[in-house]
Design a protein around this ligand. Structure first.
Ligand SMILES: [Fe+2]
Ligand SMILES: [Fe+2]
Length: 475
């Protein structure tokens, strides 16, 4: 035994110090996790002291304690939101029955699969973002990147806890495999395609945290409705952390827009070449990045018609977003939902059984939520007196999953020929030139209170710290 002081080293509210089986499993896994962090976590960060928040309990005062720590010493904890003893199942065939504290044998493999798929995305994003520290636009942003990275690490712990505690030996094997797959690895990639894409620059990072972490929010919200209590309670607590990740994305893009608009007004131009010469990211380039990240992310919700989605719902494993706030029968057997497809060169809707369309239902809820932040970005543009609007592309644009996979649809929702789509793809998606330009802006600026030229400072510091606060100490 390695002599871990459990409540000190691994903050938790799952009685870890009394649970010998769980201790043994975690003791075996934890050194592999630290090895993974050293090899695949934020590059060159070992000696840095980072001003991080750590969750040490689930009550409002305890979950956000701030202080400078080395990331490999971060106290990754295990937390379940407080439960209700008498919670009943809110949807599906078991509606009204008592929620499960243990895994029902017949649902074991589906539950495990859902937990593994969610768990796999957490370390994947850390891997995708591991080089970004080298080009941080400020110390403030560097700290936010690291905060997200350690919290995704904690989310991995959260899923590993469920696997270790509830799935025996195969759970332990799955927990090990979560450290063995790697983002973009040819032989052993991460499970979902978007998590094998690179996050090569900070514009991509902000788009990723706005759009793709928001996919995380919606998946977690659907799992927070689960009949399996430990999964529901774990994901509820993860959601409190996810909010900050999306804030980093939304404010990061907002500050980028603010700076671009400022230079547009100074130079009295909207010419992308002149703006690039002045070292800021022109709004059409931002739109192309937005189109890319939005379309790749909505694919994550899966095929628009899916019998797995129906099974997960009917068996009570995964609910809808805000299941309890909906006033229908929560069984959905005789309801339908419209899905899109291309027919004779046109987009048409087809009504399908709602149970099979639950991926589409969640995708549509996600789209509504992501549009609202884009409107807030547009307010920054309007406030600067500039006539330009960012728009979320049509849901059929650039899709690779389901009935719309490979359909040639413009961001405005118009079906075009394949040759036209190819010809015009450079108008809609970042091309090599855009990416090279954005990459050329990526230089490390880390003096306290200084910011790269392409991005405006934030309105407020983290935990209300001053503008020149030393968020990261380098040795
Ligand atoms: Fe996460
Ligand atoms: Fe996240």
């Amino acid at each position: 035994m390695s002599g871990i002081n459990y409540s000190e080293k691994i903050p938790n509210n799952v009685n870890l110090s009394d649970d010998r089986t769980l201790q043994r499993a975690l003791e075996q896994w934890q050194p592999n996790f630290i090895n993974w962090w050293d090899e695949m976590g934020p590059e060159g960060s070992t000696d840095m002291d980072v001003y991080l928040r750590t969750a040490v309990s689930v009550d409002p005062q305890g979950w956000a304690q701030f202080g400078h720590v080395k990331m490999r010493d971060y106290r990754w904890g295990i937390f379940l939101n407080p439960g209700q003893d008498d919670r009943t199942i809110g949807f599906g065939d078991h509606k009204g029955e008592k929620a499960w504290n243990d895994v029902p044998g017949e649902y074991r493999s589906n539950l495990r699969r859902i937990i593994v798929t969610q768990g796999d995305t957490e370390p994947a994003s850390v891997e995708q973002q591991r080089h970004l520290g080298g080009t941080a636009p400020s110390m403030y942003d560097l700290r936010n990147l690291f905060q997200i990275n350690v919290e995704e690490g904690r989310h991995l712990w959260a899923m590993v806890y469920l696997l270790h505690k509830h799935f025996g030996r195969d759970g332990r094997e799955e927990a090990d495999a979560l450290l063995q797959r790697n983002s973009g690895d040819e032989d052993n990639p991460r499970i979902l395609a978007a998590f094998n894409e690179q996050t090569p620059d900070w514009l991509s990072f902000f788009m990723f945290t706005y759009f793709t972490d928001r996919d995380g929010k919606f998946q977690l919200c659907a799992l927070a409705e689960s009949s399996f209590e430990p999964l529901a309670r774990t994901t509820k607590f993860m959601l409190t952390e996810e909010a900050h990740h999306m804030f980093v994305g939304e404010s990061g893009i907002s500050r980028t827009i603010q700076r671009t608009c400022q230079v547009m007004n100074e130079l009295k131009t909207d010419d992308p070449n002149k703006l690039r010469a002045a070292g800021v990211i022109d709004l059409p380039t931002l739109q192309r990045y937005l189109n890319f990240h939005f379309s790749v992310t909505i694919d994550l919700f899966g095929a628009d018609e899916s019998s797995n989605a129906a099974t997960f719902y009917s068996t009570g494993i995964k609910g809808r977003y805000e299941e309890t706030k909906r006033d229908d029968d929560h069984i959905l057997k005789d309801r339908t939902y419209p899905v899109l497809q291309v027919k004779d060169g046109h987009l048409v809707t087809k009504e399908v059984p709602m149970l099979n369309a639950l991926n589409e239902v969640l995708r549509d809820d996600y789209i509504k939520d992501s549009v609202s932040g884009v409107e807030r970005w547009n307010k920054v543009i309007t406030k600067a007196g500039i006539d330009f609007k960012l728009r979320v592309p049509h849901k059929a644009f650039n899709r690779n999953i389901g009935a719309l996979a490979g359909a040639n649809v413009t961001p405005q929702g118009e079906v075009v020929s394949e040759s036209e789509w190819r010809l015009r793809a450079g108008e809609w998606l970042p091309d090599t030139e855009d990416r090279a330009y954005v990459a050329s802006l990526m230089r490390r600026v880390v003096e306290p209170g200084k910011f790269a030229n392409w991005i405006a400072p934030p309105a407020l510091g983290i935990n209300r710290q001053a503008a020149d606060f030393e968020y990261v100490r380098f040795s």
